[in-house]
Design a protein. Sequence first.
Length: 403
Amino acid sequence: MADVVVDTVAPVPVAVVGAGPAGLMLAHLLGRAGVETIVVDTRTRHEIETTQRAGILEADAARDLVETGVSDRILREGHEHEGTELRFGGRPHRIHFKELVGESVWLYPQTDVFVDLADARDRDGGRVHFGVTDTEVLDVTGGAPRVRYTAADGSRHEIRARYVVGADGSRSMCRNLVPEDRRVRYGKEYPFAWFGVMAEAPASAPELVYAHSEHGFALISRRTETVQRMYFQCSPDEPVDAWSDDRIWETLQARVAGEDGFRLKEGPILEKSVLRFRSFVQEPMRWGSLVLAGDAAHTVPPTGARGLNLALHDVKVLADVLLRALGPAGDAALDEYQPRALQRIWRAQNFSHWMTQLLHTAPGGSPFDLRRQLGELDNVVGTRAGRTYLAEQYTGWPVRSQG
């Protein structure tokens, strides 16, 4: 490829493509160890911090944000949840995480995680460039990869790095740099989606509620004391505009109804959208000097709240590996990344798939399918082993509490 004119050339040990939580957390961890990075993203900061995403952080991820100096805001503004509720057969069943495995999860929106990380990069003098265009990643099979991009002001830049990390999300450009004949993509498409709403209303429950009913699945969460986030199962092709506020509330109320008289507190619908999802993993997660992390390498259904947590775990492992690769160990250290990351990735894929099939009503499902699900749910909540399994998986197999 012929050289093109660039305005600046910046040498740096690690270039990161993607300034979401995964990319910024990696830059933060490396920066604490004295390794300089440059992070680029095609989105503006405003776009990222106003896109609503998942809101559950597992125990170790929450601790890492606080203890590595990103921010302690999660302790002040987040909500610690010591359990969750499964509703089925018209009755509530609480899974008490703290009692079963000694850990909690935190309700803390991904947008707030991003803001904390972006602010920490600003505070620490990290170089993050939002709103770039024409991003190219070159020469990843050699020892001197490059990232070229056009800045928001129209100037053209080149980063010359030792390693490039692709943390550019579920529509990753970086993952396609692994040759087609050398990559394997595993995936599963689901025959349903989530209809998501933001409602101006008081909280209906102190913790998340996962509801299974003959009418389909619903999830009751929240964002603040006065704004609630809720979802219900729908068709992937469901037209958003066909749903009035009254119809939305009628559907949600039917899916959480029970003999205990539980009802959601209603209010105006502020936002509504249809969220499609799938299971996906690409291997290998490393190609030459390129390493993939977060949604660029894998995605999970949102049912088990694993997506953001997996991304943060990836970069925690990757930071350790890159520090050794930049030292005497050299490239050989990178060989450890994929097996260490994939162990948790596939466990999370299994849990997310299990939760999804456990709680959703498959299109065309028979009465047998519905009663079988109820039997499985009864096994989960009716035995300590079943409750402990769900608690261990949902809290993220906390490393510190185990050892």
